[in-house]
Ligand binder design. Structure first.
Ligand SMILES: Cc1ncc(COP(=O)(O)O)c(C=O)c1O
Length: 395
């Protein structure tokens, strides 16, 4: 049967992390040992109080459909949590729970972006923003994040990009892949930039709990911004729940209703028992989150120091998330080639910066959601690989 796909499928991108993981697994099946620094998920287990809540929920019969936007109790828990952590007032009617946070990106783009509308996305940035914006027919305007600016938004550049044609601005702080965190001044400049435009903001705050000595403020907390902001957050990163598939969006109620309608068409609802577990995660002890973040901080310091000790690599110290984004231009300006060499020759799985947009060229993304001994081994292999690479380039 001839496969004649709809034209829009040509606009759809993907997330390279899953492809690199598949290549690494294939090498492992051939008997190779691989250190995994490619995957974007905590290596910690979901906290016990959350698992216990899920098991109890299953026993209590939470095995059926729920309202599409979520169980009222779960929407209340999210509204309370978001109100407290962002310093805003969010109501349960403004919360939509979804199977992972990712669908909020998809639904927000489908609900808001008309063909030809401009969508501002960070570059480097999480690749699904670009993919979904194009899929919805939007025109992507990359907002370049530069190393010399600690990979934060440059207010002047932002002002030049935003205008009457801008329908949606995607922000991500703390940032994947760069680990940068926007300051309150950055957010003020962004708020001023959008004030006289029709632009909505999709504020991806999924790494909001994972910061090192700084606050990751939400744009929604600035005057006049909550009414045009969709906060995207979830359980995957803070509570090590990537496999549970639970996330949420918080947005003005009229938009929440239409996003809910999209969810009714797509998935009906998120799994009932995960919603009960999610409420328990938000309302219960946060000790496990604090412990995990403290351990990430130790690993961040270790990997940054190790990378900066390798000739040809320079690495800034990120303030959030669990990624480093070292500059490897002096070793190979072609990051995809260098990443491929590290995987196939040295057994270290990392992502090329170009997996996050053209402005990731010259950088790698390494996830330090892995143990210190594994990171140490990866650093040893990278250093050896760099020496071999340079010797081969000279020869
Ligand atoms: C920036 C960013 N936003 C959203 C997500 C998706 O989160 P979830 O697993 O809850 O769908 C990820 C996952 O890697 C991410 O890095």
């Amino acid at each position: 049967m001839e496969l004649r796909l709809a034209g829009r499928m040509g606009l759809l991108g993907t997330e390279t992390a899953f492809e690199v993981l598949a290549r690494a697994k294939a090498l492992e099946r051939q008997g190779r040992h691989i250190v995994h620094l490619e995957v974007g998920e905590p290596d910690f287990d979901t906290p016990d109080n959350v698992k216990d809540a899920a098991i109890k929920a299953l026993r209590d019969g939470f095995t059926h459909y729920t309202a599409t936007a979520g169980l009222w109790e779960a929407r209340e828990a999210v509204a309370e949590h978001v109100s407290r952590t962002r310093g805003i007032t969010a109501a349960p009617e403004e919360v939509v729970l979804t199977a992972g946070a990712k669908p909020i990106m998809f639904f927000a783009m489908l609900a808001l972006v008309e063909p030809g509308d401009e969508v501002i996305v960070p570059d480097p940035g999480y690749p699904i923003y670009d993919s979904m914006a194009r899929f919805a027919g939007g025109v992507v305007r990359p907002l370049v994040l530069r190393e010399e600016n600690d990979f934060r938004v440059d207010p002047d550049e932002f002002r030049r990009l935003v205008g009457k044609r801008t329908k949606l601005v995607v922000l991500n702080s703390p940032h994947n892949p760069c680990g940068s965190v926007l300051s309150r001044d950055d957010l003020k400049a962004i708020a001023a930039g959008v004030a006289d435009t029709p632009a909505w903001i999709l504020s991806d705050e999924i790494y909001g709990r994972i910061t090192y000595g700084v606050e990751a403020a939400s744009l929604a907390s600035l005057p006049g911004m909550q009414e045009r902001t969709i906060i995207l957050d979830g359980f995957s990163k803070a509570y090590a729940m990537t496999g549970w598939r639970l996330g949420y969006g918080v947005m003005p109620a009229p938009l929440a209703e239409r996003i809910t309608q999209l969810a009714t068409n797509a998935t009906s609802c998120a799994a009932a028992f995960t919603q009960i577990a999610g409420a328990a995660a938000l309302r219960g002890s946060q000790d496990s989150v604090d412990k995990m973040v403290a351990e990430f901080r130790r690993r961040r310091d270790f990997i940054v120091q190790g990378l900066n000790g390798i000739e040809g690599i320079t690495c800034r110290t990120p303030l959030g998330a669990f990624y480093v984004f070292p500059n490897t231009k002096a070793i190979d300006p072609d990051s995809a080639r260098f990443a491929s060499f590290l995987l196939t020759e040295m057994g270290v799985a990392v992502l090329s910066g170009t997996a996050f947009g053209p402005n990731g060229q010259g950088y790698l993304r390494l996830s330090y959601a892995n143990s210190i001994p594994n990171i140490e081994e990866a650093l040893r292999r990278i250093a050896e690989g760099v020496a071999r690479y340079r010797a081969a380039a000279k020869a």
